[in-house]
Write a protein that binds this ligand. Structure first.
Ligand code: THU
Length: 136
C-alpha cells in the first residue's frame, strides 16, 4: 500500500476545489469536485454534471473514472471529494462502487472522518474479483 505520508493531500484538495468550481449543478446547487492520484503519478479530477432530467445527472466520480481511462488508465491510489464550501464530502454509495472498481489495493480516501481505505468505506465489496471467483 502507498504510504499515507507520500500523498500530498493539500495538492489533491486544491485540484478538487478547482474541479468543484467547474461543476454544472443548477438543479441541486450542490457543486462537487473530486481529485485522485493515479498509480503512475498523474492527478485527475472531475465535477458533477446535472441534467434537466434530474435522474440522469452525473456525479463527479463518473467524470473522474472516465478521465482515468481517457488519460491512460491505471489504478486510483488516493482520492478526495469536496463540496461547495470546500469541505470534505463522502462519496455516495454508487460512487464508492465506481471507485472500488478502479482502486489500487489499499486506496486511501480523505473523508469526513479522516483518511480511510477503500475497504473501510465499502466493506465486503462486490467487485471484479467476485466475478472471477465465480467463474473459477
Ligand atoms: N454528487 C456527486 O457528484 N458525488 C457524490 O459522491 C455525491 C453527490 C452530486 C450529485 C448531484 O449533482 C449533487 O451532488 C447533489 O446530490
Amino acid at each position: 500500500m502507498t504510504e499515507q505520508t507520500q500523498i500530498d493531500w493539500d495538492a489533491l484538495r486544491e485540484v478538487a476545489l478547482d474541479a468543484m468550481g467547474r461543476a454544472y449543478a443548477p438543479y441541486s446547487n450542490f457543486p462537487v469536485g473530486v481529485a485522485a492520484l493515479v498509480d503512475d503519478g498523474r492527478i485527475i479530477a472531475g465535477c458533477n454534471v446535472e441534467n434537466a432530467s434530474y435522474g440522469i445527472g452525473l456525479c463527479a466520480e463518473c467524470a473522474l473514472v472516465s478521465t482515468l481511462h481517457m488519460t491512460g488508465g491505471g489504478k486510483l491510489v488516493a482520492f478526495t471529494c469536496v463540496d461547495g464550501h470546500g469541505g470534505a464530502l463522502m462519496p455516495c454509495g454508487r460512487c464508492r462502487q465506481l471507485l472500488y472498481e478502479h482502486s489500487a489495493p489499499g486506496m486511501l480516501l480523505q473523508t469526513v472522518s479522516g483518511i480511510r481505505t477503500i475497504d473501510e468505506v465499502l466493506p465486503d465489496a462486490f467487485g471484479p474479483r467476485t466475478l472471477v471467483d465465480f467463474a473459477e
